[in-house]
Design a protein around this ligand. Sequence first.
Ligand code: FAD
Length: 485
Amino acid sequence: MGKITGFKEIERKNEASISTKERVKNYFEFNLPLKISEIEQQGSRCMDCGIPFCHSGCPLGNLIPDFNDMVHKGNWKKALEILHATNNFPEFTGRLCPAPCEQACVLGIIKPPITIEQIEKYIVEKGFSEGWIKAQPPKIRTNKTIAIIGSGPAGLATAQQLNRAGHLVSVFERDDAIGGLLRYGIPNFKLEKKIIDRRIAILKKEGIKFYTNTNIGVNYSIKKLDTYDAIVLCGGATQRRTIPVQGINSKGVVQAMTFLKQQNKRNSDVNFNEEDIVATNKNVIVIGGGDTGSDCIGTANRQGAKTVTNFEIMPKPPVERCETTPWPFWPLKLKTTSSHEEGCNRNWLISTKEFIADENGILKALKTVKVEWIYESGERPKLKEIKGTEKIWPCELVLLALGFTGPEATLSKQLGLELDERSNYKATEYQTNIPKIFTAGDMRRGQSLIVWAISEGREAARKVDEYLMGFSNLPTKGNGDLPKL
Ligand SMILES: Cc1cc2nc3c(=O)[nH]c(=O)nc-3n(C[C@H](O)[C@H](O)[C@H](O)COP(=O)(O)OP(=O)(O)OC[C@H]3O[C@@H](n4cnc5c(N)ncnc54)[C@H](O)[C@@H]3O)c2cc1C
C-alpha cells in the first residue's frame, strides 16, 4: 500500500490561495491548483497503518487508503471508482467537509495528516474533466415510485441510491433551484454553483425527476403524494434560533440565512421579492462563531463592509487539540477559516443585552456584556454576566448566525409524525411512525454536516429499498461496488 517511506520523505502540501485583498473583490472560489504530480506525491504519504482510523472518522466510511494508493500510482480512474463507491458527491465534501477523517489519520499523531479532503477534490475534478463521470441509469426498473421532499445533499443522495436500485424517483423542492443549503446557504466562494449544476444534470440523465417551487404541505398538498409507494422527508433543520432581548425587531437585525440567501441569489441572477440587505459601508456585527457566522463574515467583506465584528458566547478554544478530545476524535480547537483571515474582529465570551434603535426603529448599536461559564460537578455549565462589563458597539447591521433549533413542523403536523426530544423527526432506522414515510439528513439528526447528510441519504435509501422489495442490494456504510484492483 502506497510508498512505504512516503510520509517520511514528503511534507504535507495544501493548495495556496489568492491573496485576501484580491479574493474579496468577487465571489469565486480562490484556491490555486496544485500540479497533478504534487497530488500524487501527497497520496504517497498515506502509510500502511494497519488500522486506518480515517475510515471510522469518515461518516461515509470512505475507503481512504485505497484511493490514496491509486492516486499515488497515477491510476486516477480507479481512485474515482473507489471514492464514488461510498460517496455520491465527493465534489461537495472535497470542498466543504471539515474532514473528520484527517483528524483521525494515524500520521496525524506525529506529523500533519494526509491531505485527504484535497485529494478527494482532485480525484472527482479529474473525473469530470476526463469525462469519466457519466449518467448510469439503472438497467431494470421496479416501477415502484418514491417521492423525496427536499433537494439538499441528503435528498440528492437518497434519490441517486434509490434510482440506482431501479425505482422511479421524484424530488420536490420548495426553492426555485435544487441543492438545499449547498445552493442558497453556502456562499459561492466556498462552492461555485456550477459544481451543483453539473451533478444535477447527471442525476436528471439517470432518470430522476425534479420539481422546484413545490412547497409540500404549503402550495402542494401532501395528500397528492399518497400514490407514491414511499416518501422520504429530507427537509433539513431550518428553524432559525433568535435572541429574545429588547430591540430584536429593529430594522437592521437580520437572520444570517436571509442575508446569505440573498447574496447567493444575486450571484446567480435570480430575483427575490424582498428589500435588499447589504453590508456595504456598514459596521457589521455577526453574532455566532460557527460556519454560518464565518460565511456571513466572508460575504460582508465582499460586499464592502466598513468593519466586521464577530461575537461568540463560548470561550475561545485552545489553538491545539485539547485533552478532552484526544486523537482520533474530532478535536475541540480554534478554527480560523478563510473568511476570518479576510478580516474581522473576533470576540469570545460576549453575550447580547440589547439591540439599540433610533426613534424610527432603525438599528444604531448593540449592547453587550462579558460573561463567564460556571462549571459545578454534576450540573450543566451556567452562564454568568460579569458586572460592569457592558459595552455599546455602534453598528448598522447585525447578522444572527445562532444556529438552528430543528426542522419545521409543517409536515410532521400534517402527517401525524412523532418528533424526538430535540424536536427532530423521529425515526427508527430512518423509518418514521408511518411505515411508508422515511426521513434523513438534518431533518432527522438536527443541524449537522454535508458528509452526514450524504451518509444518511445512502443509509435511508437502503432501508426504503428493503421496505419496498424485502431485501436490498444497495451497499452498507463503507462498502460500495468496488472496482477490481
Ligand atoms: C450557512 C451554512 C454554511 C454551512 N457550511 C457547511 C460546510 O462548510 N460544511 C459542511 O459540511 N456543512 C455545512 N453546513 C451544514 C450543511 O449545509 C447541512 O448539514 C446540510 O446541507 C444538510 O443537508 P440536508 O439535505 O439534510 O438539508 P438542507 O441542505 O437544508 O436541504 C433541505 C431542503 O429541503 C427543502 N424543503 C424543506 N421543506 C420542504 C417542503 N415542505 N417542501 C419542499 N422542499 C422543502 C429546503 O428548501 C431545502 O432545499 C452549513 C450550513 C449553513 C446554514
